[in-house]
Design a protein around this ligand. Sequence first.
Ligand SMILES: N[C@@H](CCC(=O)N[C@@H](CS)C(=O)NCC(=O)O)C(=O)O
Length: 227
Amino acid sequence: MQHKPRLISFDLCPFVQRSVITLLEKGVAFERIDIDLAKPPAWFLDISPLGKVPVLQMGDSVLFESAIINEYLDEIHPPSMQPSDPLHRAINRAWAEVASELIGSQYHLMLASDETDFELHHHSIVQGFKRLEGIIVGPFFNGERFQLVDAAFAPLFTRFQLLEQAHPLGLFEAHPKLAAWSAALLARPSVIQSVKPTFAQDFYRYIRKHGGGHGAHLFADKAREII
Ligand SMILES: N[C@@H](CCC(=O)N[C@@H](CS)C(=O)NCC(=O)O)C(=O)O
């Protein structure tokens, strides 16, 4: 008997969220196993070559790296969520890499130890947003259809929405196309359902616990008034 694929996850991980969005978009039934990344269980370290989530386990086969997991899911569950033209598809993949970089900058921004650190990461996010503003077709990255590249970026906006609520970052005012794209992604049922109902509280709590000072003060302390 074919078992449901198991997605090994950490509840706040943006890379896991990408794969959850894709599974939901494809209507694939799956089992989600959340692990504590601070104390990863031995069975996880045994199957995960990089020690990172997400990992998609299908019987004895193990797949890792969110972009690879998503492309595999896309291949076996048509219709495709990628452009049919190879160059366009490759460009989308390249932009999914930009999304990963931005997710990294966002992480460092929210946990920034001081103002200099904060400004550094804020600057790299603004640079990324400027470039994106010039290439988004709208309402989604490639136009009318929600595709894998949208799933790659959506977790960034789930988190920016919460960060902006706690402390305005001025990222969207100067980028109207990006703001509209973010709104379209955040309204997408798969994106809404890709995080737990307690995500906002859990996210702010994480910043409070792990923040290096400045980020924790800006986001988590102010968030106390919101949640
Ligand atoms: N490039 C990977 C990144 C995955 C990643 O960094 N996951 C983090 C959690 S959000 C992780 O597992 N970190 C554990 C570690 O680095 O030890 C992907 O796209 O799947």
